[in-house]
Structure formats: structure tokens, C-alpha cells
Design a protein around this ligand. Sequence first.
Ligand SMILES: [Zn+2]
Ligand SMILES: [Zn+2]
Length: 128
Amino acid sequence: MNRTKQRVCPNCGWIFSAEGRMGEREHCPNCLSGIHKEDREGCECGGILEPVGIWVKADEKWEIIQRCNFCGEMQTSPMEENDSIIKALSIASKPLSQPPFPIERLEELTRMMGGSGRTGGDNNEPRK
Ligand SMILES: [Zn+2]
Ligand SMILES: [Zn+2]
């Protein structure tokens, strides 16, 4: 029964049934969002996986980096033939205004990686 039911992307309204094989798809070809069915521990989530970046692997396969807007878990989903390239490119070229991790942690990370990565420049170095 469920096979004839149309699936609609909760993010952009794309109707998946046009594809005929939606069950296999992990993400919407139009907006590249997906549904986070369950997290790593196997708990049901149901959040929307938002595309936050594109990762080109060594074999030139593209993967969409997605982040769940509900639980924050990240995962990748391989690009498929009829996915929107325009959408993918717009994600890939997006400035880092929405990094896939909290910006506070970015500073923490750079500090851990050598200490000179403060975003503010308010260290105690004397300026003349
Ligand atoms: Zn969509
Ligand atoms: Zn989730």
C-alpha cells in the first residue's frame, strides 16, 4: 500500500513519486535535504537533514554533507544522477556563514590547533 503513496519533501515540497524509486533515495533531488530517520544509536529522529556542504571525494564522487536540524548529527549522502547540480554548487560555494558546527567551537578548535587562531586579534601582542 505504501508504495503508491506519494512522498513529499518536507523541506521544499518536491514530490518524490515522479522518480518511481523514491524508496532508495536518501535525499531530495531538488533541495538535497533528507529525513533523519534514526541517529547513530538507532533512536528515531525525524529531523530534516539540511545540506551544509559538498565533499568531493578522491574518486570524484560528490557527497552531500548533511546536518540534522533537530539533533545536529551529521552524515553524508552520495549525490545521484538527477540531483540538482545548481543547488549543489550553491551549497559548495556558500561562504562559511553557516558552518556545519557551532561557531563557538571553531574558535576552540583553532586554539587547540596552535593557539594563534583567535578570531578577535585581542591577544596581548604590543602594537606600535
Ligand atoms: Zn526538497
Ligand atoms: Zn536527527
